[in-house]
Every structure is written in C-alpha cells, then in structure tokens.
Design a binder for this molecule. Structure first.
Ligand code: SF4
Length: 435
C-alpha cells in the first residue's frame, strides 16, 4: 500500500520516489556524473532503485537489474555489492578490508569474478550463502515486491512490470545479442577500463592479432583483419538498439578487439568519430568521453605522429594499452612472444614520449609476472620502471599481469610491491576482465 510519494525536478528529468509499507521505490535517481574513485559505495549515472528492509536493488534505465546489496549481518560487508555487467556476469566488489587494494589495483574496490582470471588477491565471495542467494533469488524477490505494491501509481507499476519482465532468461538473451553484434564475446578488456568501472560499449573495428603468443589465454585464432566501415555502422546501430534508454549512461567505448591500433589511421578515426556521433557519447549523463583500445609493439611503433595529432583534436580521452610483456630476450622466447627485447625497449621509450606530448592520450603498458620467469626479466623491469624514468610521473600506468590464472601467490604480491616501490610510473596489478 502506498504511504507517500514525491517528485523532484533534478537536471533534465524528473526523479520520483514512492514509499510503500515494505519498500521505497525511486525512479531516475542521479548518481555521480563522473567516474570518481572513492572509498564508499557510489553509483554512477542515472538509475532506479528498490529499497526493502532486507536489500537494495538498483536498475539501469531499461529496468534491468544492475546492483544488489543485502543489508544486515548476513551480507559480507555493508560497503560491498554485486554488480551485473552488460555481458551478464555478476561481479562482487569487495573492500579487501581497504588494506592494500588501492595500492594494488588503483581502485578502492576489488572486483571478484566468477570465471578464471589472473587475480592475485581477493577471497571467494561467491561461495558465501548470502551472495549465492542474492544472485539466485533477486527475480523472485522482485515478483513478490510487485505483488505487494499492487495499488502503486502508474509510473511505478510500469517500472515494476519492466523489472519483472527482465528476468534472468531475458537478460542472458540480451547478452547473447551483445556478443553477436561484435562477432563474439569480448574476452579481455584493457586494464584502463577501470577508469569507467568497465561500463563500456564494445565496437570491433578489427579482429585478431599479429603475434598469437604462446602464453596468451585470451587470444583467438583469427588472423588480423580490419572491419569494413559498413560493418562498423551496423555495429553502432545495433548497439544503439540494444542499449535503448540506458545509452544515456554510456560515455566510454572499447575499440576492439586485440590490436585496434594496427588498423589504418583512416579506419581507426572513422571508428572513433562514428561512435562519438552515433552513440551520442558527447551527450551522455556521464561527463567526458573515453575510448579504450589495445595496441601491439609493432602497431604502436609504426603509428605515425599524424594519428596522435588527429586524436588530440577530438574532445575525448584515449587510453591505449600495449602488451610489452618483458624487456628480457630469454623471457620473450619462453613466453612465445615473437619480439626482440630491443623493440620492447623502443616501444617503452615511445610510450613516454607520447604521454609527455599529448594531454588527452595515455599509453599504458603491460608486463608479465610469474615465479618461473628468469631473474633478468625482473632486473630489466626494475631498470625500465626506475632508472630510465628521471622522475616520478602521474601518467603512463604500468600493469603487471600474473601469467597463471586462478593462482594467488604471496611471493608474486611481494615481488609486485617491490617493483611498485622502485617504479617512477603508476604501477598496478592487471586483473583480466571480460565483457
Ligand atoms: S598477448 Fe596480445 S598479441 Fe599476443 S596472442 Fe594475446 S592478444 Fe595476441
């Protein structure tokens, strides 16, 4: 039964809140319009919410469940929550007791994933009964809430119909539509996608990669090829249709897949400007526009100044992540990465130059970690990150990526901390996430 209702003009659209006996339902609430890094639960973008004495459920603008947090002692920590991604994965954001998480990954919350990944830290939250219950019963809970609020005003009834219609089967099907748009699931997102909390739309402007490195667990078998502009247009139209009203919450695009930088400048810029316009990134509720992509040593070394100058003219931030892996020749050979150490060294130097020269472009680098890699791999890493950089820099993050999946290791965390102390660049662990 309805007890109170209030409308509030806030920005461009009206937010509405209604209190019922057993819950409060708020439509079109406004969270932060910037992706800020903060040590308490903060929602980004525009969303709707159902709060009960037991739980908080939050939804995107299509009425699709996005966040769940239970209240009370049965939840692991009142500051932690579950998030459902566009690819329909549940991710548990934990504080890690706030000890060392920010230093390790550059974020206050640690994403715990339900699929194999290379994280060195974190527990097993998905084994916890309340987390399992939240994932398994959220839809039944919403059906019950709709039944209990039968006399709700029209906008609330419409919203409840929508959230109940978006059941687990419908959401899984929608994720399949997403994967079909770009020709398959995005198996890995760049580490820099943490800057938009992985709320990112995938646009494949190419497929495949050059090297097919032996160590790599995320590669596909496709030889590198560029997409046609018509294919890019089709993907953008399909993304618009898929996102519906929630498109207003997106300001970030991942240009896929494994080496978008290898595309011709013309195609890359076509992908950027088309996404900018067709996805109306400039008018997103979230301020700023961000593009994320991977590059290889070859594509980065051959990228001409004119490309970076063109990117600098676009009102957006660009994050280009390059897989360097190692500056030690023996390690590159062990990894099956067909590169020479001297090329890695050259790419590392060019990264510093691009980062110094262009304010809206940040090139970041990945290196690998494993207990079995030769000692010279670590010697070279210490030299590159320490001795070759004259002073501390705030830009140009370096990500250390453990080679093995599902293999937490204290020794590697110790090695990472040691490297981080020596490094004059922001240095973090890379937790591989898919979309
Ligand atoms: S590390 Fe990059 S270049 Fe090497 S196989 Fe994997 S995706 Fe391809």
């Amino acid at each position: 039964m309805t007890t109170t209702g209030e409308d509030r003009e806030d920005g461009n659209s009206m937010s509405t809140s209604h209190r019922f006996t057993n819950c409060t339902i708020s439509l079109r609430k406004k969270g932060s319009d910037r992706y800020i890094k903060i040590s308490y639960p903060q929602r980004f973008g525009c969303y709707s919410e159902i709060e009960t004495p037991k739980a908080l459920y939050q939804f995107n603008l299509n009425g699709e469940i996005k966040f769940i947090r239970y209240k009370g002692e049965r939840w692991l920590d009142p500051q932690e929550w579950l998030k459902r991604t566009l690819g329909n994965d549940w991710v548990y954001y934990s504080t890690g007791g706030y000890t060392g998480v920010f230093e390790a990954i550059g974020e206050y919350y640690l994403p715990n994933l339900q699929y194999p990944t290379n994280s060195l830290i974190g527990g097993k939250p998905f084994a916890h009964p309340s987390i399992r219950q939240a994932i398994n019963t959220w839809h039944d809970d919403l059906v019950e809430i709709r039944r209990e609020t039968g006399d709700a005003p029209a906008d609330i009834r419409e919203f409840l119909d929508q959230v109940v219609t978006n059941n687990p089967v419908v959401l899984a099907e929608k994720a399949r539509r997403l994967f079909n748009i770009s020709g398959g699931r995005v198996s890995v997102l760049p580490p820099d996608a943490r800057h938009c909390d992985y709320d990112i739309l995938p646009l494949n402007i190419a497929s495949g990669c050059l090297y097919k490195c032996r160590f790599c667990k995320v590669k596909n078998t496709t030889p590198f090829s560029e997409k046609e502009p018509a294919d890019i247009d089709d993907q953008l139209q399909s993304l618009r249709d898929l996102c519906g009203e929630d498109l207003a919450n997106y300001n970030s695009v991942f240009l896929g897949d494994h080496d978008a930088l290898l595309c011709s400048s013309k195609l890359l810029l076509y992908g950027v400007t088309s996404a900018y316009e067709r996805l109306a990134l400039y008018s997103s509720f979230m301020r700023g526009v961000q593009f994320f992509l991977f590059g290889s040593v070859d594509s980065f070394l051959s990228a001409e100044d004119t490309l970076f100058e063109e990117l600098q003219r676009i009102p957006a931030d660009f994050y280009i992540n390059i897989g360097l892996e190692s500056a030690d020749q023996q390690t590159l050979e062990i990894l099956g990465k067909p590169l020479k150490a001297v090329q890695v060294e050259e790419a590392f130097k060019k990264i510093q130059m691009i980062n110094d020269r262009y304010t809206n472009i940040e090139v970041t680098a990945n290196f690998l970690m494993d207990r079995k890699l030769p000692a010279n791999h670590y010697r070279q890493l210490h030299r590159l990150l320490g001795e070759t950089i004259p002073r501390k820099k705030p830009k140009g993050s370096v990500y250390l990526s453990p080679l093995k999946f599902d293999s937490p290791s204290r020794e590697l965390v110790f090695e990472f901390n040691h490297l981080k102390l020596q490094s004059r660049l922001p240095t973090f662990l890379y937790i591989i996430q898919r979309l």
